[in-house]
Design a protein around this ligand. Sequence first.
Ligand SMILES: Cc1cc2nc3c(=O)[nH]c(=O)nc-3n(C[C@H](O)[C@H](O)[C@H](O)COP(=O)(O)OP(=O)(O)OC[C@H]3O[C@@H](n4cnc5c(N)ncnc54)[C@H](O)[C@@H]3O)c2cc1C
Length: 374
Amino acid sequence: MQASDVLVIGAGAFGLWTALACLERGMSVTVIDERAPGAGASGGPVGALAPHAPERWSAKADFQLRALVSLPERIAALEARTGLATGYRRIGRAVPLADAAQRAQAEARIAAAARRWPGARMWIEERAPEAWPLAAPWGLQRDDLTARIDPAALCAALSVAVAQEGGRILPGLRARRVGPGWAQIGARRVRARAVVVAAGWRSFALLAPWLPGAGEPEHGQAALLAMRPPPEAFAIQARGLWIVPHARGVAVGSTATRRRADRRTDAALEAVIGRARALCPALEGAPVIRRWAAARPRAASRAPLVGPVPGAQGLFAATGGFKIGVAIAHAAAEALGAMIARQPHAMPDEFLPRNLPRAAAPWRRAERSEAPGA
Ligand SMILES: Cc1cc2nc3c(=O)[nH]c(=O)nc-3n(C[C@H](O)[C@H](O)[C@H](O)COP(=O)(O)OP(=O)(O)OC[C@H]3O[C@@H](n4cnc5c(N)ncnc54)[C@H](O)[C@@H]3O)c2cc1C
């Protein structure tokens, strides 16, 4: 394999955005993937891009908000340069309110959203539109910040952009081990100025010699239902459930099982589909055209894990997207590209892989509040 400045291991959302960020800074880049671009967690059907609840703020919520706000411009540029659609649209979201306590909480949130969310708002509606009905006895908490994207289409567009910028993507190559400025691929040790581990949940095993116990897989299942959603359809979020209207159907997700990493779907997904149909009667009768499962990269901190790996010069981590990885990957990549180029970057200290146990502590508490991801 020809040497590059940057070797990226993994062609998911994190790896591909990182490759682009490095190419745009004038570096030569090779991306390898043991399978193919978008073959991991980044190839699923859900693609909800939703902010954290605004009343309990954290560095992670703030980072994600900035990512959501900056994404449309990045996507517009990506679609323009590649001529490929990613399905991105700011469709908004509804959270059905089931009782008086949820309604009161939603009312309290509105002021916090006005403070925290630039150019976006939250409000309460009494009922859903007829074309997109929803069981919500206490009304709906609505926002106009939540967006959707087709993650597989995003990976396809990013792959084209990487190639257009002169990067190489090599599918079917697996990194067996990594070290300071090197990766072992098959029997060969390949060197690069920067080796970026963006192998999704498998990053944790590759990085274990330097960052033991950094994370684990969390299995998730989702489905795509054949249905043309009405133009006014918004994303719907309930506990453990997302319904996301896309141009090519309506996605329903997701299950969450820690420390499981197979790619099988099972009865738990059927239960999620059943809940979705009960909540949104428009889905009744829409056939399931795709059942899908993958493992999310869940860092021990439950936060992104992005930056130089301590004690291994030339080795970088780009993982920990967990439930919001598609939403934040471009922002994480931008910061990582700057770090590799030794430029100023906007990555909060908490997400640098310096001291995981200490970095983890505040997030454990914050994350028990409402997580936006699927
Ligand atoms: C059911 C489900 C629903 C989700 N919904 C949402 C959502 O609505 N919104 C959102 O923002 N996020 C969502 N997520 C989370 C999101 O999908 C992930 O956080 C994100 O895709 C992680 O991207 P990644 O690039 O880190 O990993 P991946 O996409 O998994 O990419 C890693 C790549 O590395 C490759 N690889 C692994 N090991 C090696 C190796 N040793 N050598 C070479 N290549 C290797 C894999 O083949 C893979 O292509 C969801 C996840 C699941 C499972």
